[in-house]
Design a protein around this ligand. Sequence first.
Ligand code: ZN
Length: 291
Amino acid sequence: MTAGEELWVLAGLAFAFGLVVGSFLNVVIHRVPEGESIVQPRSRCPQCGVSIASWDNIPLVSYILLRGRCRHCQVSIPLRYPLLELGTGLVFAAIALRFGPDPMMLVWAGFSAALIAAAAIDFDHQFIPDGISVGGTLVALAVVPTARWLLGEPALSAWLVSLSGGLVGAGFLWTVGFAHARVSAAMGRRFPHWPGEGEEMPTPGSLDYWTWFPGLGFGDVKLMALIGVCLGPVGVLWTIILAAVVGLVWGGGLALFRGAANMPFGFAPSIAVAAILTMLLPPSFLSSLLG
Ligand SMILES: [Zn+2]
């Protein structure tokens, strides 16, 4: 096989692996916000309660073979499950094509999986579990510099890039959220969820004053720390720029779809798309956007 053919074989394997990971992420997204175990019990049909057999639980394939319905009660399976599996498979294949056989490939796969789970949970519940944002940041602070060191970068500089990326990402988003909250408070602006009906504005003596902002959740700030540790200070700034663009398109699309412009929506899906784009796009392409 030529090197080009080998790369496509690798991408095919990464796609299949991504389908399996996507199937696992569906379980994480469904169970973690409810505080349920992601290992036990087996998945059940929410309608008839029958456990789903392993041959009916093959990512993407089973959905097609079952024509999107439960084998026992015929209730339709939400299209979102196979789409999330397909999306994860495509992102993993793109990572393989972009980075090739390289230790960073596994790092980027894990990073993408964390982003996809955070985005879907934020979409459903408007919060991001600390296990993903804070837990992911701590794991990434150990894993990302180690992978870069294995690729020949000096250990200390690799670690400092990750640490500064986390601080820049979280710091930037926190500053935007905090400044917006203080300007809104000074102008007497109120939001449906901030500070709430008949509630007083938070004061500097309370934790809410420092961590609770209108429109932007503190979970987004913590997620940005994870992204900064993985992508470094330049990458995380690109993520913020792209997230603003993606957020405008996404927010506009959602408003059209729901027929209401004032509905709150989680920012994490836009952040996740922007971070995955920043990870995949060559740095030379990104800098050419600046002219
Ligand atoms: Zn059923």
